[in-house]
Design a protein around this ligand. Sequence first.
Ligand SMILES: [Zn+2]
Length: 366
Amino acid sequence: MTKPILLSSEIYGRTGQATAHPLAWPKTATALDIIQRLEWFDGSCQIECTKVHPRRLRSFHDQAYIDAAYTAEAEQCVSPLTRQKYGLGTGDNPIFPSIIERAATACGVALKAAELLTDGGIVHSPLGGAHHVHPARAAGFGYFNDLAIGILAMQDSGLRRIAYIDLDAHHGDGVEAAFAYDPNVLTFSIHEESCWPHTGTDSDPHYGVYNLCVPEGFSDSEMSFVVENALLPIVEKFAPEAIVIQAGADSLEEDRMMKLGLSNRAYYKTIDALRSLAPRIWITGGGGYNPWAVARCWAGIWCVLNGRDPAEEPPISDEQQIIDRVNQWPSVTKPPENWLSSLVDQTRDGDVRPCIKAATAKLAGS
Ligand SMILES: [Zn+2]
């Protein structure tokens, strides 16, 4: 099997946007920093990507929306009409320098992933994952839906059956809507109940749409239960030619915005199990509002994809450059010792609650 490929872009490492907005937090750059310092890291597996030409966005986005997004970036302001019509320039989707360029770069990464996976393999791109974006609407800190654009490119390359697995704490509404009536694209989202965008409460197995709303405190034990009893059997039965995993890391207990209770072990275990179910695996970033927790998780995923145990990696505590990069951002607190001593959290186990058992059984039997 060929070695996994790491996709990156220097735009995610640029500083100068040190606002308190989550979009400015250095989670991707920190994940890449940690990955690149791994002793066994081989730079030949890393590919630097560039932004796409705006016309390549038309596979998913409306032309008028694309025009509005680029105009907003050029002018650094939006009209009330644009704000209302396209969701650009809102509190969630602010316009600041390079923000549209960054979104277009994530789409460049998506197209590169689709190209690289034509003949099989594993691609990890710890960025992008803008799963809320619709064809003509920015949403949820996202401007262009790199996931949909990547999946559409995979279809263009001849792949038919594609499974999309969304581990982010929010429902992957934009991706689900894009493929909800395409039975050849399965979408499976596990997300916190009663949270924005308040979708993803129902499933439609006939069209390959699966959703599982989980309560606060969702634990590693509960995730394992869901994975073993619903996710893996459903994906295996679907027999995908490719699996796309949105690894938004806001389901981690350390996340500041969400209230789920996973350790990064749950991500590692789930991804390790999924990667044997298809000859092509593409893993993206997504949400995550604690840069330390996100970066450790996405770096640990790279270890897992390379058949390495993240628990055996040396501590980050001596990597002052990495620590300084994160600490320069507002709202970032000093990391506790255990975040620096290992890429692996303690397991967060507990009883599997009846509501999880019931929801899992319902999905598995659907
Ligand atoms: Zn999220």
